[in-house]
Design a protein around this ligand. Structure first.
Ligand SMILES: Cc1cc2nc3c(=O)[nH]c(=O)nc-3n(C[C@H](O)[C@H](O)[C@H](O)COP(=O)(O)OP(=O)(O)OC[C@H]3O[C@@H](n4cnc5c(N)ncnc54)[C@H](O)[C@@H]3O)c2cc1C
Length: 369
């Protein structure tokens, strides 16, 4: 691990000041990507950042520990929405009664991720900013445009089973790994941030970005901005929402494809509002409002769900070199998998089945027995 400075802040103002004081690195380098990887960082649960430092993927010159900041509350807003502190842990957020009541989709998505131990440490702010799990990004011995801009992307032509099918560029086919963020995208969350210039709000769909020509930049947060909290607007999705996560083993694995699906039905059983957000398929949680619009006014049916899935996946493209079976690009399997997952998640949401995984699923199984 590289040497770094460490400071602990007790207030938001102190955290912002301590970050400003940080040098880019104790000994600045001209490594490609240094502007992103070596700049000072806030330290929350450390479950991603410390791993990346140990693997020499990131070398921040200073860490500002924000775990003592008073940003741990989970509260209801007067309009029926939610206020989620950036320093509240994923575990506390998922177990909070108001989250269960007002946004069960968020709860099931969080519980589908990581392990109880990691969720006890991981924070809401850190979850948004966790970096891709692309193997090439994590292996500092191989090229990667996200880690070392301009060095190349082995995944675009090499083994790429876990990579993007939507919104990728020739420079990067990495995916965003978070489960929580897929639900936040579906529920139209807002990210609230503070910097020495003041506060601002970022709509969730504008928070993460596609790789384009600058895959080293994951999101639209400025280097000196601290996430203070998230808000969720009131919604009527609680009775019909589902987080479906498909992965290579039943626990402790990132999504190959995940779907956050939610419906509101009118008194005639027609669809009044619909949400479909995908994880594991793009550099950001993926939402296509035009696919959701196709469902409005429809009677829920396999045909209407399939039409929305087909529409959403029209721009999907496979990447990578041969994997099994030999004749197909590495991640071509994700396109039909995503199509079926969308239909299944909408079907489960319609039936009021909240998830195929996580603690809720096991509770559901136990209840049935
Ligand atoms: C083995 C393992 C399995 C996992 N499986 C899953 C999974 O299945 N699904 C899933 O979604 N996640 C999974 N995770 C990821 C986990 O959810 C993240 O590591 C965690 O949410 C990050 O939160 P943190 O508080 O530890 O962030 P940190 O590691 O402390 O920080 C991450 C980044 O966020 C920045 N940061 C943190 N807080 C703020 C803030 N308030 N303002 C500005 N910047 C901030 C830091 O500077 C850093 O760049 C897994 C992690 C591990 C180690």
């Amino acid at each position: 691990m590289n040497p770094f400075e460490y400071a602990r802040a007790q207030t938001v103002d102190e955290a912002l000041l301590q970050l400003q004081r940080g040098t880019a690195r104790l000994t600045p380098t001209d490594r490609p990507g240094a502007a992103v990887n070596e700049r000072p960082r806030f330290l929350a649960g450390g479950t991603n950042l410390v791993d990346l430092m140990k693997e020499d993927v990131m070398q921040p010159g200073r860490l500002v520990d924000v775990t003592s900041l008073p940003l741990t509350a989970i509260e209801g807003t007067r309009d029926g929405g939610l206020w989620l502190g950036a320093l509240a842990t994923n575990a506390v957020t998922a177990q909070h009664p108001l989250v269960l009541e007002r946004a069960p989709l968020l709860r099931t998505a969080i519980l589908a991720g990581a392990s109880p131990q990691i969720r006890n440490r991981a924070t809401n702010g850190g979850n948004l900013l966790q970096r891709t799990r692309c193997h090439y990004f994590y292996d500092a011995a191989v090229p990667c445009n996200k880690r070392a801009p301009g060095s190349g992307c082995p995944a675009a032509t090499g083994i790429a089973r876990q990579h993007a099918i939507l919104g990728a560029s020739e420079h990067c086919v990495a995916t965003h790994p978070s489960d929580m963020c897929v639900a936040l995208a579906a529920l139209d969350a807002t990210v609230h941030v503070q910097s020495p210039r003041g506060t601002r709000e970022i709509p969730f769909l504008e928070f993460h970005r596609l790789p384009g020509e600058e895959p080293e930049i994951d999101n639209t947060l400025a280097a000196d901005e601290l996430i203070t909290h998230l808000t969720l607007p009131p919604s009527a999705f609680a009775d019909h929402s589902c987080y479906l996560k498909l992965r290579e083993r039943a626990s402790y694995a990132f999504a190959l494809v995940s779907v956050a699906a939610a419906l509101v039905l009118d008194e005639n059983g027609r669809i009044q509002a619909a949400r479909i957000a995908l994880g594991g398929v793009a550099h950001k949680p993926w939402r296509d409002l035009s696919a959701e619009a196709l469902l409005i006014g429809e009677t829920p049916s396999p045909q209407s769900f399939e039409a929305a899935a087909e529409h959403l996946l029209r721009p999907a493209k496979a990447w990578g070199g041969p994997a099994l079976p030999e004749s197909l690009p590495g991640n071509a399997y994700k396109i039909p998998l995503a199509r079926r997952a969308i239909v299944r998640a909408l079907t489960m949401a319609l039936a009021g089945v909240p998830t195929n995984t996580g603690e809720d699923f096991f509770r559901l199984e136990g209840d049935a027995a």
